[in-house]
Write a protein that binds this ligand. Structure first.
Ligand code: SF4
Length: 325
């Protein structure tokens, strides 16, 4: 099926997903849509990997709104990493030295309940004028060597829109690299179209794709095939995960995750500690537990399969390795 049509057929009603999974809504602590401003949304491809009749399935728990979202400790806020626009009226966010982050869209194919941008005010950043201002700002700032396409999920844009972004960036001489942060090749593998692969092959910019996988069950044959095609196009493939309570906070799961990623041609990159966004406190894993997991993985995995455990701390010049927090 065409990826756009597949996207439209995503689950947006909890009842429909639970019916597919043969789960009774009365046995689940689900929040109905009106109780959360962050809507429920799951692609069919992702839903097909959730185990039937298992209310604790780690893929289900990533997308199911539950009443735990209403518990809000004071240190869980709307904007946990205090992201700053590059300049007024721009799609660009200040990032670390030499890099800038382009908010290409506010939309995603799936709404992950732990998302640190779940309350992000996208509306000012995704207007055409804001995008044009961003290109202008990048061309004025000679320090920017890498542009990170983010969102939302940048691959929710049409191929033609991506071509246009790449063309604009290719004209700026000091931009050498583009990095695409996307969960779409995982949750909607059909998004990896022939046109997308052609764009990746043809671009003169060094391009990497950082996907987002938290649990080995997220990789099925279709996903692996879409990643294989990305790799054949010359893309560097990396993965970032979030360490999530009751989802991947055990050494067996994380070891397997690194191994299956490698089999699919993807290298583990970051293991993020949860950003403390409002509504996600039930996913948090303590720093002490995370340090223990990191130590276990270091024993089990070769160095090149070891993700770097980090936390993003507002106003710091880089992500901070867990051991230094
Ligand atoms: S795909 Fe990424 S940006 Fe979109 S909801 Fe999930 S974590 Fe957030």
């Amino acid at each position: 099926m065409n990826w756009r049509k597949e996207l439209v057929s995503s689950y947006t009603r909890i009842e429909d997903l639970l019916s597919l999974l043969e789960l009774d809504i009365n046995q689940i602590d689900a929040l109905i849509s009106a109780e959360t401003h962050f809507p429920f949304k799951v692609t069919q491809a992702y839903a097909s990997r959730i185990k039937l009749r298992d209310p604790n399935d780690p893929l289900l728990l990533q997308v199911l709104p539950t009443s735990s979202e209403l518990v809000n400790p004071l240190n869980f806020v709307d904007d946990p990493v205090e992201e700053e626009p590059f300049e007024k009226d721009s799609s660009l966010l200040k990032k670390y030295h030499g890099r800038a982050l382009l908010i290409a869209t506010g939309a995603c194919a799936i709404n992950c309940r732990y998302c640190f941008r779940r309350a992000f005010p996208y509306q000012h950043m995704v207007r055409t004028q804001a995008l044009e201002n961003a290109f202008e700002q990048i061309s004025r700032d000679l320090s920017i060597k890498e542009v990170i396409l983010s969102g939302g999920d940048p691959l929710i844009l049409d191929d033609q829109q991506l071509v246009s972004i790449f063309e604009s960036l290719q004209q700026i001489k000091h931009v050498e690299r583009i990095r695409i942060h996307s969960r779409l090749p995982i949750v909607l593998p059909s998004r990896v179209t022939k046109q997308f692969i052609k764009l990746m092959r043809d671009t003169s910019l060094k391009t990497s794709l950082v996907v987002h996988v938290n649990h080995p069950n997220e990789l099925d044959n279709l996903t692996i095939e879409s990643l294989r095609r990305c790799k054949e196009s010359g893309l560097i493939l990396l993965n970032q995960s979030v360490l999530l309570r009751n989802i991947n906070n055990n050494a067996d799961t994380l070891t397997k995750l690194s191994e299956v990623l490698f089999s699919a041609g993807v290298l583990p990159y970051y293991m993020h500690l949860l950003d403390r966004v409002k509504g996600a406190s039930h996913f948090e894993v303590s720093d002490t537990e995370a340090l223990g997991l990191e130590a276990q993985l270091r024993i089990r995995l070769p160095g090149y399969l070891m993700p770097t455990f980090v936390r993003e701390i507002s106003k710091k010049g880089s992500k901070i390795p867990l051991a230094q927090i």
